[in-house]
Design a protein around this ligand. Structure first.
Ligand SMILES: Nc1ncnc2c1ncn2[C@@H]1O[C@H](COP(=O)(O)OP(=O)(O)OP(=O)(O)O)[C@@H](O)[C@H]1O
Ligand SMILES: Cc1cn([C@H]2C[C@H](O)[C@@H](COP(=O)(O)O)O2)c(=O)[nH]c1=O
Length: 204
């Protein structure tokens, strides 16, 4: 049977990464072979681009093009071959993040996003996207509690992150069959029950 492509999305600190490995293990328990990966990153080149993207100031269009360059490499080297082998791919962020961060957060012209999306992966879209949604102040509190060094995006002002959140919700509204909004202002256990239910209903 064909593999599925599942992506995780949400504002910084929404709690995505706390569930990516968990979902992969749960799917393995259902007999699936699962590849876990992330964006920007996933490949050797993509991880180098990630370091630049998360640390070096750059023009908005440079940032957008590098996100899609990393994505092109990721699709060619990891995602498409894994799906072709019948494996499942669980990816921490994908193009919805460009829509939300570069589009919503920074104001990139939507037609430029659509052109790049069409060029780079018109033929591949996630089967399911889990959008972790929660109020910004809760996400900020979680990040503060984790006391980690903040990257270039995490250092952005609250208004930037509010715009990112709204853009994600707007994208979900426009793609209701692919993007499922998960209430991330909840316990890990409750979120996991929700994920099990969504994935079972939509993918298994
Ligand atoms: N449901 C939850 N309740 C309380 N704390 C949580 C919950 N989920 C995650 N956290 C904590 O919040 C912090 C951020 O979580 P995590 O790294 O999973 O978020 P993220 O969405 O992947 O963030 P980023 O995109 O910035 O990497 C971590 O310290 C994590 O332990
Ligand atoms: C794919 C993608 C990512 N970003 C931003 C969003 C996050 O702030 C960082 C990645 O960090 P994480 O801890 O792994 O979530 O990159 C973006 O702005 N645009 C994108 O397309």
């Amino acid at each position: 049977m064909k593999g599925k492509f599942i992506t995780f999305e949400g504002i910084d600190g929404a709690g995505k990464s706390s569930h990516v490995e968990w979902l992969a293990e749960w799917l393995r328990g259902q007999g699936k072979t699962v590849l876990v990966t992330r964006e920007p990153g996933g490949t050797e080149l993509g991880e180098k681009l990630r370091t630049l993207l998360l640390n070096d100031p750059m023009h908005l269009e440079t940032e957008t093009l590098l996100m899609f360059a990393a994505r092109r490499e990721h699709l060619a080297k990891l995602i498409e071959p894994a799906l072709a082998r019948g494996e499942w791919v669980v990816c921490d962020r994908f193009s919805d993040a460009t829509y939300a961060y570069q589009g919503g957060g920074r104001g990139l012209d939507r037609s430029k996003f659509l052109t790049l999306e069409h060029w780079v992966h018109a033929h591949v879209q996630p089967d399911l996207t889990l959008l972790f949604d929660l109020p910004l102040d809760v996400a900020r509190e979680r990040i503060a509690l984790a006391s980690r060094v903040l990257d270039r995006f995490e250092q952005e002002r609250a208004e930037f992150h509010e715009r990112v959140r709204l853009a994600y919700l707007e994208r979900a509204h426009g793609n209701p069959s692919r993007i499922r909004v998960v209430d991330a202002n909840n316990s890990l256990d409750n979120i996991r029950k929700t994920l099990e239910q969504i994935v079972s209903t939509n993918c298994l």
